[in-house]
Design a protein around this ligand. Structure first.
Ligand code: SAM
Length: 329
C-alpha cells in the first residue's frame, strides 16, 4: 500500500502509523507472504477469534453445552487426556466476559487460544514446583491450574497495578482450597535466579514484549516513537529474565520462554544468545506440539529455536512465540 492509504486506514481505525511502517519493513522482510495475511488480521480486530477456556473449579457443564450448540469445538480433544478445555470457533463469535459475583467463581476466561501453547509446552504434572515469572493478568497461570495441580504455583508480577489485577483474577477463578498451592509476589523477575536459585522444577517466562496487537492501536504517532525507543531495550531485559528463570530451576528443570510478538530480535535471537552463552542449556523439540495444532494455528516454517504462530485468514490466533529449554546441570 502507498503511504497515503496507510494514513486513510489510520484515520478509520486509529492505527499507529509509525508502528505499522516499522512492521511493514521488518515483518515484511522476515515473513514474506505470511506478513500480508498477518497484517490484514492485525488491522481488523473484528476478525479476531476468541478462545473460551473453561474453569474446571466452577463445574461449567451448562457453558460447555451452550458453546457446543453455537458451533464451538474443544481445541484439546478428549483423547489428549488433558483437563484443560478451551473452546474455539471458526468465526469471530462474540462471547461476553463474565462479571465478578461475590462468592462465585467465574466459569470461563477469554484468551487468544495460541496463549495455551507455552502452558502445554511446560507440561506441568501433579506436584511440580512451578514459577510463573511474569504472571499478570494471570491467563497462563489459570491455564496451568486447569491442566494439573502443581505442588506450588508461584505467580510473580513486577508492575503494582498489574499485580493487583493478577490477584483479582486468581480470586475470581481459583477456589480457597488451593490457597496453600498458590503464592503471589510483586518482585523484579530478574531477582529470582539469586533469591530462589534451584527452587523450581519448571518456570514459565511469558516475557514483557512489544505486544504487536496492542501497540498497533496505540493511537497517536508520538506513542509510536516512544514504542520504538522502548522496544529496542526489550531484548536485553528478556535475556536477563531468561537467565534468571534458568537459574531458578533445578538441574534437569525446564523453562518455557514465550512472547506475543513476531519480532525476531525478541524471539529466536534471545534464545540463540542464551544457548551460545550457557553450555548447560539444551533446546527441546516442540515438533509434536506443532503437529497436534497444525489444523488450528499457522506456524512460520522459518523460525528457529521455537514455534511462531502467525495470525492468518480464518485462523487469527497469535502472534505467539514459544521455546523450551532444559537445564542439564
Ligand atoms: N503471563 C501473563 C498472562 O498470561 O496473563 C501475561 C504476561 S505479560 C506478556 C508480561 C508481564 O511482565 C507484564 O504484566 C509486565 O508488567 C511484567 N513485567 C515486566 N517486567 C518485569 C520484570 N522485570 N519482572 C517481572 N515482571 C515483569
Amino acid at each position: 500500500p502507498t503511504y497515503d492509504s496507510i494514513h486513510e486506514l489510520s484515520e478509520f481505525i486509529q492505527v499507529c502509523v509509525p508502528v505499522l511502517e516499522h512492521f511493514d519493513t521488518h515483518y515484511g522482510e522476515q515473513l514474506g507472504q505470511r506478513w500480508t495475511a498477518a497484517r490484514e488480521v492485525l488491522l481488523h480486530p473484528r476478525s479476531w477469534q476468541h478462545g473460551v477456556m473453561l474453569n474446571r473449579f466452577a463445574a461449567p457443564q451448562d457453558v460447555r453445552e451452550q458453546l457446543l450448540l453455537q458451533g464451538f469445538s474443544n481445541l484439546l480433544p478428549r483423547s489428549s487426556g488433558s483437563s484443560l478445555q478451551c473452546f474455539v470457533h471458526r468465526s469471530p463469535v462474540h462471547v461476553p466476559s463474565q462479571r465478578h459475583q461475590a462468592g462465585q467463581l467465574k466459569q470461563y476466561y477469554l484468551l487468544n487460544a495460541a496463549s495455551l501453547l507455552p502452558v502445554l509446552a511446560l507440561d506441568v504434572r501433579e506436584g511440580d514446583r512451578v514459577l510463573d515469572l511474569c504472571s499478570a493478568p494471570g491467563g497462563k497461570a489459570l491455564a496451568i491450574l486447569q491442566s494439573a495441580t502443581p505442588g506450588v504455583l508461584h505467580c510473580n508480577e513486577l508492575d503494582a497495578h498489574r499485580h493487583e489485577w493478577l490477584v483479582k483474577t486468581l480470586e475470581s477463578f481459583v477456589p480457597q482450597t488451593l490457597s496453600d498451592v498458590l503464592k503471589v509476589s510483586n518482585l523484579d523477575g530478574r531477582l529470582f535466579g539469586k533469591i530462589e536459585a534451584g527452587a523450581y522444577d519448571k518456570v514459565l517466562l511469558d516475557a514483557p514484549c512489544s505486544n504487536d496487537r496492542s501497540w498497533l492501536f496505540s493511537g497517536r504517532p508520538q506513542h509510536g516513537a516512544l514504542w520504538l525507543r522502548e522496544r529496542a531495550k526489550l531484548p536485553e531485559l528478556q535475556k536477563d529474565l531468561l537467565r534468571s528463570a534458568l537459574e531458578a530451576v533445578v538441574p534437569g528443570g525446564l523453562v518455557v520462554y514465550s512472547t506475543c510478538t513476531l519480532s525476531r530480535a525478541e524471539n529466536s535471537e534471545v534464545v540463540q544468545d542464551i544457548l551460545s552463552s550457557c553450555p548447560n542449556i539444551e533446546l527441546q523439540e516442540l515438533n509434536e506440539l506443532a503437529l497436534s495444532f497444525a489444523h488450528h494455528f499457522t506456524f512460520d516454517p522459518n523460525t528457529p529455536f521455537g514455534l511462531l504462530v502467525v495470525p492468518d485468514y480464518g485462523r487469527t490466533w497469535g502472534p505467539m512465540f514459544v521455546s523450551k529449554l532444559k537445564k542439564l546441570c
